[in-house]
Each structure stands twice: as C-alpha cells, then as structure tokens.
Design a protein around this ligand. Structure first.
Ligand code: UDP
Length: 480
C-alpha cells in the first residue's frame, strides 16, 4: 500500500474518475494534447499526491476537481488529500491568508503553536502522504513538511498574492517553505527574495469541460437562470453587471457597490442596469458569513442590487450568469489569480479588473476589458459606463476575452507545466524548466535540497522511513 495507513485526520479523495483527454480536442491544439501524452508516458502510474484544506469553495478546490481526473486520464496516478482542522485552526490559517495578502492582523503564539502546529501534528500523526511528487497547496497544510510523514519530491504551491506579505507571517512560514524541494507561485511578482529553493511560475487554469465553463447560448443560459431570476426579481431585459466571488474582505465588494451606484448616474438614456453579486463561503474560510452580512447591510435599500449567497445548482447558475452578464467586475485589493476572471472571460464577458496580482495576467486594458485601481470609484464607474453604453466595445472585448483564455488559461496549458516539473523532479528531464523564476547558486541548491536543517528524526528512524518509501515506490510502479 502506498499511503493511507490510517484515515484519522487526512482524508483521501480518489473518487474522481479519469477523463478521456480526447474530450479536450475542441478547445486546444491537437499538438498540445499529443505533447501531453508524450510527456506523461514515463509518468504512467507514478503517484502525484496533492494536499489542501477544503474540498469545496475557492479556487484551489475548483482546480483540483479537474486536475486530478485530467492527470489520471493521462495515466498519472494523481491523488488528492484534504487535511482536517477545527474552527480554531481555520481561524488562524485565515489570519495567515490575510497577513500574506498584506492585511495587518494580530496573531498570538498560542494560536500558532496550539491551533496551527498541533493540528498539523495530529493530521500527520498516523498518516503518511507518499508520492513521486507531492504538491502541498497554500499555507494551511504547509507545515506538514516538518513532520517527517510526507515523502517524495515535495513542492509547495502558493495560490495567494504574497506581493505585500507581512514580514511577520513570512518569517514564520519561510523555514517550512525552504524545506520543500521547490515552490510554485501563480505570478513571479509573488516570489520573495529569501526563498532558498527553486521557484516556478505556473498560472492557474479553468476546465472547459466543467458545467460552469460550458459554452452556452444566451437562450440556454436564460433558461437555466429563469427560476433564480424570478425569485430575486431580476429582469433579464436589463443590462446585467455581475460580480462573483467568496465573501471576503480582499474581494472588495463594497467598492463594487459604490462604483455601480456612481455609474448609474451618467449612463445613456434608457440604459438601466442591475448589479448581481453572488458569493459563497469556503469551509476553510470562517469569515465568509460575517463579510456577507456586512455587505448586505451596506447594500440595503438599493433597489438595483441583488446579493445572493450559496446559490443552488451553483455551477450551472454561475456559468449562465457570467454568460448573460454585459459586464463582469472583479476589483480585489489582492488576488492570487482570480479564476472568476478567467471564467467570465471564457463566457465572453468583458471584465473590469483591478491592477493587482494575477488579474493583470488576464485582463489587457482596452483589449479584452479594463484595468482599474481597486479603490478608484470614479474610474471603475467610467469603465462600467464605457462597456454598457457601447455595443462595439462590448462585442470586441468579448471576442478578445475568449481568445485570451483559449490561448493561455485552459487546463491543458497548466498541466503541461505541472508534468514538466514532475519530469524534472524525477530526473526524466535534466534541463531546468523554462518557467523557473529564481536563480540559486549551485551551493544554495545543494543546501536547499540536502543540508538545510537536521533531519527531524534519528538515523534509525530515517532508515525505517526510507524502507517504507522504497516499498511504496515499488508497489506503486506495479499497480494499475
Ligand atoms: N465560486 C462559485 N460560487 C460562488 C463564488 C465563487 O462557484 O458563489 C467559484 C468561482 O467560480 C471560482 C472559485 O469559486 O471558480 C473562486 O476562485 P478564485 O480564484 O476567483 O478566488 P479564490 O476564492 O480562490 O480567492
């Protein structure tokens, strides 16, 4: 057996069936799919374990739901583990998240040692996560690297905009991060100079086969939305401005409301838009409901604003709403990438995005949308007016938006880099991947990989653990 000695804390999720890669033919070049098959060939039955902290909600869970079946479709034995924690744990890791995105918050040693490190310890006490490559996502599970129960080529993948990370939290996490064999950031701007391990840039992506991202006609979308529009008194004949994300302080929903109100005053005669804000809350995000309540209060008495929470039939509704919207707004104050931007663009909707984090990789000002400062209410209002008032702008941006996603941000594009990294880690390829974003002197690499700190266990333990890894590797290569 490869891993799951016990399921006490970490849950194993492998119910995701492999997908037939040919299904992606309508969306990407044939050559890309052939290249992926070629790259995956020596990785057949090799285990790629992924660890995160939630199955539903937020971009990481969204991506893993597609990455695992896709990689399995290529023959890679991709697996997904989810760590467990109580409210205290998710409260402290939410603080990590906020601090990493530059929001100043008080955090105590008690929280770090008790709520965080003890939970990590419990998660790994009886469980080993073993893979040829092991990707640990985000700060929640980051410290498990020190517990001696994670084996294989370990990669820490950061999905957060760390460009303005608080030094306090970065200093705490850094010793853990530097224990990994490599780190992945969504944008090279998020890399910090004191990362002493090889770092790579990989953009997130969306899955065109997902119900949410199905290309649909306006008529189909309206049929899917009929009930929810009816219940919430949304007239589909009116122009729709949509904003979809978790309810979270960094998503800056209050400014969206202010800018929408400002935009309404200067629109062409007869243009009478409605703002539809939809949000959910992830299980690893304890602040969601509080933020939702605050925004609800803020938008109260606004007859042209609808605020929806945890909609039923989520994927169909989200995809359809993005499709029928005339304009999509995503003006986060920090943003790792912003899959909602990609999804809206894929549905052919012009996006007004803030000039932060991963949004600037997607929205090209004046080409497929507009870029604005996150708190520039007049500027955002002007962008809304431009899009709603001008059919030509809307049509041109719509076409360009879809093209941008098709060329760069679909699942196969991301998998190409993931497989390249796996091949490099497993020494199938020796050339450093071209998406490497830092340079380390040879000595530093050596130190990063082999000599950073003392092993957290005795020589005898080490020997025993190496035997387990060996055993795992052998049983895996024989399995189907
Ligand atoms: N999402 C959803 N329903 C909602 C709100 C968000 O399905 O009510 C999805 C959204 O479509 C996207 C993901 O949650 O796929 C959010 O990812 P993103 O990268 O935009 O932000 P994150 O939540 O990871 O900060």
């Amino acid at each position: 057996m490869f891993d799951d000695k016990s399921k006490k804390y970490i849950n194993t999720y492998v119910p995701l069936e492999p997908v037939d890669i040919n299904e992606y033919k309508p969306f990407v070049d044939k050559e890309l799919l052939e290249e992926l098959r070629f790259m995956a060939d020596p990785l057949k039955n090799k285990v790629w374990a992924n660890v995160n902290s939630t199955v539903i909600g937020g971009g990481v869970a969204e991506m893993l739901q597609s990455v695992i079946p896709f990689a399995r479709g290529l023959g890679v034995d991709a697996r997904w583990f989810v760590i467990e924690g109580n409210d205290e744990f998710f409260s402290v890791t939410k603080k990590f998240h906020n601090l990493l995105q530059g929001l100043n918050q008080k955090i105590t040693l008690e929280e770090i040692f008790h709520a965080y490190l003890d939970t990590i310890d419990q998660n790994t006490r009886d469980v080993r996560v073993v893979g040829h490559m092991v990707t640990i996502h985000d700060p929640q599970p980051a410290a498990i690297i020190m517990n001696g129960n994670v084996y294989g080529h370990t990669i820490w993948r950061c999905h957060i905009d760390t460009s303005h990370a608080s030094r306090r939290i970065w200093r705490f996490l850094l010793p853990y991060i530097n224990q990994y064999e490599g780190a992945i950031f969504s944008s090279k701007e998020f890399m910090k100079e004191n990362v002493q391990i090889p770092a790579y840039e990989i953009s997130p992506s969306i899955d065109p086969l997902k119900k949410k991202n199905r290309q649909r006609t306006r008529e189909e979308a309206l049929a899917s939305l009929a009930e929810i529009f009816n219940e919430n008194d949304i007239d589909p004949e009116r122009p729709i401005v949509a904003a979809i994300s978790r309810y979270d302080i960094h998503k800056n929903q209050k400014t969206i409301i202010e800018a929408f109100k400002a935009a309404k005053t200067g629109l062409k005669k007869g243009v009478n838009p409605i703002l539809v804000i939809v949000g959910n809350s992830a299980t690893d995000d304890p602040e969601g409901m509080k933020t939702y309540e605050e925004i609800r209060e803020f938008a109260e008495d606004e007859k042209d604003i609808r605020l929806l929470l945890n909609v039923e039939n989520n994927d169909e509704v989200i995809g359809s709403l993005m499709c029928v919207a005339d304009c999509f707004i995503h003006i986060s104050t920090r943003e790792g990438f912003g899959l909602v931007v990609t999804e809206a663009m894929w549905q052919g909707t012009p996006v007004i995005g803030s000039k932060v984090g991963g949004i600037v990789k997607q929205v090209i000002d004046g080409h497929n949308g507009y870029l604005v400062e996150p708190h520039d209410v007049p500027g955002i209002a002007k962008a809304i007016r431009h899009i709603l008032d001008d059919d030509v702008v809307r049509k041109t941006f719509s076409e360009n938006a879809r093209k941008t996603v098709r060329q760069q941000f679909l699942l196969p594009h991301m998998l190409k880099k993931e497989l390249a990294l796996m091949r490099y880690c497993l020494e199938i390829d020796n050339k450093i991947p071209d998406f490497r974003i830092n340079k380390l002197a040879y000595k530093e690499i050596e130190q990063a990989l082999y000599g950073r700190t003392a092993w957290p266990f005795s020589t005898d333990d080490l020997k025993k653990h190496l035997e387990i890894i060996q055993e795992g590797m052998e049983s895996s290569s024989g399995s189907t």
